[in-house]
Ligand binder design. Structure first.
Ligand SMILES: C[S@@+](CC[C@H](N)C(=O)[O-])C[C@H]1O[C@@H](n2cnc3c(N)ncnc32)[C@H](O)[C@@H]1O
Length: 303
């Protein structure tokens, strides 16, 4: 079955259409908020890799005062944003305008785009940075995971320039063998790091999201767009080599969104082959959540 027809029978695709979201991904961000309360107290946000814009739509709807006239939001955005709310969205591709969202077109891995975002904040700080970036997948797992990690690296680099202390960073990852390394290194910058799988993210997809709360860069850390943060050989940061022997950690893994809510792949139950995969996945996910609860304590106390 082609991708388009699979999407069309999907409940989140239909809900997104109904609610006027540009993509079903909107529900992933909403479900992450349901689990972690990431919008609470946020007035300044950056949406990296934002096109076609459903996450920006969700941010605009949640950060601008509910009920505020769209025109008012648009006017404030045209005037450079209000003091209270600022949302900046960036993507390689052009996006149709969204009231209340300032848009920048560019590659987040390039220095000039990063500088444009940082300039746009004029020394101001964001409470939340989200990144749903995805390269065109090659189907070669290791390569896809590597490119995804590069996007995350670029997003984190930008984040270190604009995120306020205590702020939140949410980014898409492809879960693979390096997830512990990623978790350990993100823990250098954030007090709490979890890997979450929203209910609307397909079971068959290896995507998950890191939800990093409580931004707290290491003492003496100075943000630079030229230093690859997650390359432990280059970082020289204390604690960067923490993955050997007993220092290895199990990454907290959280299923988010109402677990009795809509399943992104209900059809899988009708397909015996897929049903097998799905059942195995559910069992695995449950055990990971249980492991995650214990290891969260361990990760918090151990690092
Ligand atoms: C899955 S889509 C994002 C969907 C979006 N969150 C939404 O809800 O509408 C991934 C986006 O990442 C963007 N992207 C991939 N690599 C990028 C890069 N290096 N710089 C900027 N955007 C990038 C792509 O252009 C694509 O629009």
């Amino acid at each position: 079955m082609g991708k388009a027809s699979k999407d069309k029978r999907d409940i989140y695709y239909r809900l997104a259409k109904e609610m006027g979201y540009r993509a079903r991904s909107a529900y992933k961000l909403l479900q992450l908020d349901e689990e972690f309360g990431i919008f609470k107290g946020v007035s300044r946000a950056v949406d990296l890799c934002a096109a076609p814009g459903s996450w920006s739509q969700v941010l605009a709807a949640n950060l601008w005062l509910k009920g505020e006239a769209e025109a008012e939001a648009a006017t404030a955005a045209a005037q450079g944003g209000s003091e209270e709310v600022r949302i900046v969205a960036v993507d390689l591709q052009e996006m149709a305008p969204i009231p209340g969202v300032k848009q920048l077109q560019g590659d987040i891995t390039s220095l000039s785009t990063a500088e444009a975002i940082i300039d746009d904040f004029r020394g101001g700080r964001a409470d939340l940075v989200v990144c749903d970036g995805a390269p065109d997948v090659t189907g070669l797992h290791d390569i896809d995971e590597y490119i995804q990690a590069q996007l995350l690296l670029a997003a984190l680099n930008i984040t270190t320039h604009v995120l306020a202390d205590g702020g939140i960073f949410v980014a898409k990852i492809f879960r693979g063998k390096d997830v512990s390394l990623l978790h350990s290194q993100l823990r250098l910058f954030f007090r709490r790091v979890a890997v979450a799988k929203p209910k609307s993210s397909r079971n068959s997809s290896i995507e998950s999201f890191v939800v990093c709360q409580g931004y707290q860069p290491p003492p003496g850390f100075s943000p630079s767009m030229l230093t690859p943060l997650l390359d432990h050989k280059a970082s020289g940061l204390p604690g960067a080599h923490q993955l050997l022997g007993q220092c290895k950690c199990i990454v907290p893994f959280v299923a988010s969104g109402d677990l009795s809510g809509f399943d992104a792949e209900p059809g899988a139950l009708e397909d015996p082959e897929a049903a097998g995969d799905s059942a195995q996945h559910s069992a695995a996910m449950l055990s990971k959540v249980q492991l995650g609860e214990g290891s969260e304590r361990r990760a918090d106390s151990g690092q």
